[in-house]
Design a protein around this ligand. Structure first.
Ligand code: C5P
Length: 321
């Protein structure tokens, strides 16, 4: 509980975590599965506006466009949607106001559904349902970010489930930090490439993109560059990826239950009976550090944070250098 209170004030660090979470952080640092070799600097404390502008400059939203090997050799330039993600809703036009709905258990009993659906565009994650939870999470879905497990693991029924129909899909998978695309293609964490090709052929009109691993690791670099301690050398969470994605597409972004409200709970997801504090504070993903950075950019009140778990962020158009 104490670490979440500190997080709401933006001053949390790994030393405040429960011993088992600190241990798994250390284990991931020693393992360094993705061969991270950070060569960037470590900044002193930047203001929220400075962080916003750094994200805008350093982490350019990018999806696979089929022009690089091995994808060019596989004619992916004709497989990917003809319009880039940033231009899907009109060239140069942005959503006025967007909602990012995390899957945290703390959103249960929030009655935030109506507020969430009032935003022009709504982003959700992975297998998070709306059916049966409308009062708390709303029912509009404009974009769904999905990790490669959703595409690859049979239990998610990616091909047939209605969860993944009628919206824009954005998939990702952790590539090596060096962003060696041929190596990633041969050896992804979970094979997302085959189901991607199949769905593009079956449903060519559904906008469906794969994030460029360069974008993912640029985000990681910004989080590490703004953190004094060594963060887990693993990709940022889908939550952080989704927040930054919406900062590119929207003038204003409202994030729900990323930094927990007073409803804070160890319930991992609102739609599952699984309890684990790591879902909120991080084990594999550098979640705590992502959240500290997002808190710094927040312009909503402490009251909104405590009662709604809501953070309000300016989109990238708000960074005027
Ligand atoms: O678990 P999953 O990645 O599907 O959840 C979507 C995102 O919601 C996470 O990547 C994380 O950023 C956020 N989340 C959270 N606290 C939780 C569960 C999810 O901040 N308890």
């Amino acid at each position: 509980k104490a670490v979440v209170q500190q997080l709401r004030r933006g001053i949390a660090s790994a030393g405040m975590l429960a011993p088992h979470l600190q241990k798994s952080m250390r284990d991931y640092l020693n393992l360094n599965r993705h061969h991270v070799a950070y060569r960037g600097l470590r900044r002193g404390r930047q203001s929220g506006r400075e962080v916003l502008c750094e994200l805008k400059e350093q982490a350019r939203l990018r999806t696979l466009d089929g022009t690089e090997q091995p994808f060019s050799g596989l004619a992916w330039d004709r497989l990917v949607p003809p319009r880039p993600l940033e231009q899907l809703w009109g060239q140069g036009s942005k959503f006025k106001s967007c909602a990012v709905v995390t899957s945290a258990g703390a959103i249960l009993h929030s009655s935030l559904g109506r507020e969430i659906d009032s935003h022009e565009a709504v982003l959700r994650f992975n297998a998070a349902p709306t059916e049966g939870y409308e009062n708390d999470v709303g029912n509009k879905t404009t974009i769904r970010i999905i990790n490669s497990q959703i595409l690859a693991r049979p239990r998610h029924h990616f091909t047939t489930s209605s969860l993944y129909k009628g919206m824009t899909l954005v998939a990702w998978d952790p590539a090596p930090y060096s962003v060696d695309l041929p190596r990633w293609y041969r050896n992804p964490d979970y094979d997302l490439f085959t189901p991607y090709e199949e769905r593009r052929r079956l449903h060519p009109t559904q906008p469906f993109y794969i994030l460029h691993p360069k974008f993912i690791w640029q985000l990681w670099d910004v989080v590490q560059g703004n953190t004094q301690e060594n963060i887990q050398p693993n990709p940022p969470s889908s939550g952080f990826i989704g927040i930054v994605l919406m900062m590119s597409l929207c003038e204003e972004v409202h994030v729900y239950e990323y930094i927990p409200s007073l409803r804070q709970t160890d319930l991992c997801h609102y739609h599952e009976h699984h309890y684990d504090a790591a879902c909120t504070l991080g084990a594999y993903h550098p979640l705590l550090f992502e959240k500290v950075l997002v808190q710094r950019m927040n312009s909503a009140s402490q009251h909104d944070l405590k009662t709604k778990g809501k953070v309000t962020l300016s989109g990238f158009s708000g960074c005027i250098p």
